[in-house]
Write a protein that binds this ligand. Sequence first.
Ligand SMILES: [Zn+2]
Length: 488
Amino acid sequence: MKIVAAVIAHETNTFSPLSTGLKHFGPQGPRFGDEAYQWVRAGRRSMTGMLAAAEQAGAEVVMAVAGNAQPSRAVDAEAFEAMAEALCRAVRQGCDAVFLELHGAMVTSHLGDGEGELLARVRAIAPDLPIAVALDLHGNISAGTIENCTTLVGYKTYPHIDIVETGRRAAETLLASMRGEIRPKLAYAHCRMMPNMLRMATDDGAMAELMAMARQAEEAGALAVSVFGGFPLADCPDTGMSVIAMTNDDVDLAQAICDRIRKAAWARRDDFQVAFEPLASTIGRAARIADGPVLLVDHADNCNSGGTQDSMDVIAEALNQGLDGIAAGPIADPEAVALMIEAGVGATVELAVGGKTDFSAIGGSSGPLLLTGIVRVISDGQFTVRGPVFTGSVINLGRTVVLDTGRMKLVVSEGRCEPLDLAMFRFVGIEPTAERYLIIKSKIQYRPTFGAIAKAVLECNGTGFASLDYGKFDFRRVTRPIHPLDAG
Ligand SMILES: [Zn+2]
C-alpha cells in the first residue's frame, strides 16, 4: 500500500499586516521528500500520528511536502500553488490513499478557501481516492472540505494537547475503511456564530459542554465528532463555529449529532462572547493584587493568531501605573535587538522598543516605548521546550536580548513565538516564578505552563491584529447573518 502525505498548514488572519510567502512555510520554505518525512516523524504534529498509523499498517509513505507557517495574512498565490502542485504531482504518480494535515482556516490571496481547493484538486485527479484529513480546532470549515475527503478529525482540546492523537485517529479510521471494516459517512453543520477565542478553552464553560456532547456521541458509536470553534479573524464565507460528525455508514445519525450540538451551541451563544474591560481598569486591578506572579495576558497581539508581537500598549500602561517586578516579552523588534547587541552586555542604553507596526487600520496604538536600561543578556535565541506541551520542540526566536530597566526585564527578539513554555524566559536567565508580574502575548495556549504558576490571571484588552474586539475590524466576506456581528 502506498500513501501520499502532506502537511500544508496555515491559520490565516486576513487582517494581519504580516505577509505569507513560500519562505514562511519552513526555515527556508517548505520541506520536501525524505527531509519532510524525517522532520514530521521527529515532531509532535497530527501528521506524526498519521505516520505512526501508516507504519503500523506496513504502508509505504511518500511525503510530498511539509509546510507550516505562523499565522499571518492570506497565503500568496505562488506559495499555495507550489505546495498544492507538490501534492498533486505525487498523487498523479499513483497511490492508494492520501493523508493530509491541514489547519482548516487557510485563506489564499487568489482563491479563498485553501483546504477546500486542495481537496478538490486531489479528488479531481483521483475521484475515488481515500483521503484522511486532520484539522485544528480553529478551522473555518467549508462544505467543499467535507465533500472531498473520506475521514476528517479535529482537535478536541484548546490549549491543543491532543494533536498527535487527532492525526492518528483520522488515519486509522481511513485504514479501517480501506480494509472494508467500516464505511465512514460525514455530516456537517455551521453554527452561524463566531465565538470569541478566549471562550474556546475546552476545559470550562460552554465549549466544555459541547466537547462533552461530542465525546458522548463517540461513546455511543460515532467514529469521530469534531467541534470547530473557528478562527474569527479570517474574514471569509465559512468563518465561524461548525460541527462535523463521522459515523459508520449512517449519514442520518451523523447529521442528527451535528444538529444537536449546533442547537446547544446556539443556545449558549452569548457565553462564547467577552465583555472587554478598558485596559487601564485591568492594570489597576493588577496593581492591587499583592501576591505574584500575576499574569497579564496581552491577547490582542498574540503572534499565534496573526499579531505582530510588538504592540507596547499593555507594557506602557503597566509602567504608567507604577507596576514593579515585571518580566515581559518577547517583543519582536529586530532593530532594537541590533542596537542592543552593538552596545553589548552591561551597557546602559536608551532606545525606542516595539510599536513599529502601523496599527492605524485598527484604531492606532501608543507607538514605540522609550526605555532606558542595562543590556543583561544576549542570546542566539535557540531553546528547547520543556513542556508539558510541545515538549522537546526546538524554538528559534532569532537573536534575543534582555533589557533590564530596573522595574522590568524585557525580552526583545528578532523573531516571533507565542510564550507557550516557561523556557521562553528561563533560557535568557529570567525565572518567571520569581517575578511579581508577567506580561505575555497569548490567548489560551499559556494555560498549562504560565497559567499553572500564576497566582492570578488578567486578560488585557490591548492593541493588535489578533484582537477579538470584532468592532475594530471591517468584516466583508463572512456569510451574514452571524452572531454576534448581527443581532439574534
Ligand atoms: Zn488552533
